[in-house]
Each structure stands twice: as structure tokens, then as C-alpha cells.
Design a protein around this ligand. Structure first.
Ligand SMILES: [Zn+2]
Ligand SMILES: [Zn+2]
Ligand SMILES: [Zn+2]
Length: 392
């Protein structure tokens, strides 16, 4: 049974409210995504993740060697490789050879979307309309990635495959609707400078890939923009890494101090090696839409946090401070570093990415702060947003 409810809060709209007291660290809920997908470049570069749940599909040694681009790297404590226990269970789609971490994931994918989404022998065919669509997206959206058109492809496959089409559409509509005149910023954010042109091009490739009458509910220009907007404002980033799983496992080993210090050194060296070649791109990365989690509002002083403790796409919401029954549950849409920035900077980022104005306790307390960013924050892009100050 859930210990929260979704309800309207005056002046704020939809919110998640606790219906019992939570202590810091307590789990509020766990949730599988409505849909998730690995990012397009991440997949293209060979980051090995289950096509359904994004669990890593490499041994930790293979992961480190690939990221370091060096097949001679060695590392200790391989008996603690998190993948070892899973390796026997890895499987693939017999037709298209897409890989899964388990028979369960393969079956779940088949049940929900892969029966119609499987490209079979066309998976590597550049002229297949789905591959053209993905390539069109990739040319517009270089790493670091924040979304993928393949998430929408999977959504449409789910729609095509489900016998409960009305229910599916209602679930999709439960994601935050967009405020029409603010949409532009989301598209700008996703597609960059020439977003209008890019949007046209992407829309063309999308319609080409989904020609059937059954998709007409998604292929009007407005419906396509709405889908893009849902993805842009609601998707939650997902990152999995067998290396970080291994690191947290071996870091907890009861070792003598000297061995511990040596292990820390080894870990630092490994990160230096992989960082040299792979830079910041160490994880399997993707994003997902979560029905419950997407209902949680932002606060710059959050009382809860989304975590991914299973190294797959299951989100676990945890209290990070005590929460009392009746209190709203909030997470931060900004990372810790951004949370420390001025009210003006936080508002700029939230407006740009999520299309709302934050009125959390911290922002209300700082309301008298001047509407300028601090020195190190004025990077020139601010100007775009000065004009619409009055609209808020
Ligand atoms: Zn899986
Ligand atoms: Zn397949
Ligand atoms: Zn705030």
C-alpha cells in the first residue's frame, strides 16, 4: 500500500503528499518506468546495456578495458564482479539479436513492445525508416545526450501492440501537459539553435517511420510536438555502470587499513585510465518516463531523492529528511551544484528545462535577491531570458 497521495494543492497544482511520517533514508516507493530507452549515441558507441532495463551487460574488466580503450588494463578483486552472477542469464532476441540481461526482460519486452518493434534482419539496415529516424536524431543531438527519439519509437510500438489503446493514451496524457507558448524553449533545449528546421526534419522522418492509419493520433504536427514536449519535460535520466557497482562493492569489504589505502589508490588509477579515453562518458545512459515519479514537484530544498540502487531503470524514491504526514514530497530537478547557485540562476534553468517558476521556501526566502546572476554565472546565455521576466 502506498503512503502518499497525488492531489491538487491550491496555487500549485498537482502534488505528491505524504500520508504518513517518513524518517530520513526511508523508501517512499519503487517504480518501473512506463517506458525507458538507452540514448542513441550511447548505444551506438557500444555501451552495453540490457535493451529493456538498462542493466550493464559487461564484466567489470571488459567495461574498464573498453572505456580505457586498452585491452591490457588489469584490476584486482574480480571475484566481486557484479556481472558474474548474471552472465549466464544474458540472452538476446532470436530475430534482431538485441541483447537482454535475462529471459524476464526479453519476455517483458516482447509482451509490451518488441513483438512489433523488432527490426529483425533490418536492424543494421541504414535505409530502414526507423534507422533513418534515429540517425536524423543523432545528427541533431550530439553527446552529452538528454533524450532520444527512440523513446518515442518505443512508445508508439507499445501503443501498436497493446489491446488497451484508450488506457494507454490516458496514461500518456497523465504526464505534465505543456503550456503552449513556453514549448519553444523545450524544443530549443532539445534540438539546439536551428530547432524549427530540425523539428521539421525530425517530424518528416517520424511520419515516414509511422505511416499506418493506426498512428495518425501521433503523427499530426501538434501531436508530434506534444510527444516531444512530454519527453522533454518529464523524462528522468538513467545511468548504470558495472564499474561503479564494483567500486561500491569492494569499498565495503572489511580490509586492513593498509590494503584499504592501496585499494583506494587502485580505484583512483582505474578512474584516471578510463577518464583519459572516455572522458565524462563512463555510464550506460538513457532516460525514462515514470508515471508516479513524474508527479513529484521540484523544490530547491528537497525532502526526497530519486535513486537507482539496482543498477537498472527501477527508480527508488527515498526520504532525505524527515517528512511528516500531510507534507508535500519534493525532489530537486537540479543537481547539487546547481542548487547552490543564486535564485535567479536556478529559475533560469528551471524555466528553460521544465517550464515553471519555483516558489519553494528557499526561493521565497530569497525573493528580495537582485535579479542578476553572480559573476561566475554570467556566461552570456542569460540574455535570452531577460526579456520574458515580466511574463512570470
Ligand atoms: Zn534487463
Ligand atoms: Zn528483436
Ligand atoms: Zn526553489
Amino acid at each position: 500500500m502506498n503512503h502518499f497521495e497525488i492531489r491538487e494543492i491550491a496555487g500549485k497544482g498537482r502534488a505528491m503528499v505524504a500520508t504518513k511520517d517518513f524518517i530520513a533514508g526511508e523508501i517512499i516507493f519503487e517504480e518501473e518506468p512506463f517506458v525507458s530507452h538507452q540514448f542513441s549515441w550511447n548505444a551506438a558507441y557500444g555501451y552495453a546495456a540490457c535493451d529493456h532495463c538498462m542493466r550493464p551487460l559487461e564484466t567489470v574488466l571488459a567495461n574498464v578495458r573498453r572505456l580505457a580503450n586498452n585491452q591490457t588494463v588489469s584490476m584486482p578483486l574480480l571475484q566481486h564482479d557484479p556481472t558474474a552472477a548474471w552472465f549466464q542469464q544474458f540472452t538476446q532476441c532470436a530475430r534482431c539479436k538485441v541483447r537482454y540481461c535475462s529471459e524476464d526482460c526479453l519476455m517483458e519486452a516482447q509482451k509490451r513492445y518488441h513483438r512489433v518493434a523488432c527490426l529483425g534482419a533490418f536492424r543494421a539496415d541504414d535505409t530502414h525508416p526507423i534507422n533513418i529516424l534515429n540517425e536524423t536524431w543523432k545528427k541533431m543531438h550530439y553527446p552529452p545526450e538528454t533524450g532520444t527519439i527512440m523513446l518515442l519509437v518505443r512508445l508508439l510500438a507499445m501503443y501498436q501492440q497493446t489491446s488497451k489503446k484508450q488506457e494507454f493514451l490516458e496514461q500518456l496524457q497523465s504526464f505534465q501537459a505543456l503550456i503552449v507558448n513556453r514549448e519553444q524553449k523545450i524544443y530549443h533545449k532539445m534540438l539546439g539553435e536551428n530547432f524549427e528546421q530540425q523539428m521539421e526534419q525530425l517530424y518528416g522522418a517520424f511520419c515516414n517511420a509511422f505511416k499506418g492509419e493506426e498512428f495518425s493520433v501521433f503523427t499530426t504536427p501538434d501531436a508530434f510536438k506534444t510527444l516531444m514536449g512530454i519527453m522533454g519535460t518529464n523524462s528522468q535520466g538513467i545511468a548504470t555502470s558495472v564499474l561503479s557497482q564494483w567500486v561500491s562493492k569492494v569499498s565495503e569489504l572489511p580490509l586492513p587499513d593498509a590494503d584499504k589505502a592501496q585499494l583506494d589508490n587502485t580505484i583512483d588509477e582505474l578512474y584516471a585510465k578510463v577518464g583519459e579515453f572516455a572522458g565524462e562518458f563512463l555510464n550506460n545512459e538513457g532516460s525514462g518516463l515514470y508515471i508516479l515519479q513524474s508527479k513529484i514537484n521540484h523544490s530547491c530544498v528537497p525532502n526526497a531523492q530519486s535513486t537507482f540502487p539496482y543498477s537498472n531503470d527501477i527508480v527508488v524514491l527515498k526520504a532525505i529528511t524527515p517528512i511528516q504526514a500531510g507534507e508535500e514530497i519534493c525532489i530537486s530537478y537540479l543537481d547539487e551544484c546547481l542548487l547552490e547557485r543564486s535564485r535567479h540562476s536556478r529559475h533560469k534553468i528551471l524555466r528553460e528545462n521544465y517550464i515553471f517558476v519555483c516558489e519553494c521556501p528557499k526561493c521565497r526566502a530569497q525573493i528580495s535577491e537582485p535579479d542578476v546572476t553572480s559573476e561566475e554565472e554570467s556566461d552570456g546565455e542569460m540574455d535570452d531570458y531577460e526579456d520574458d521576466e515580466g511574463m512570470d
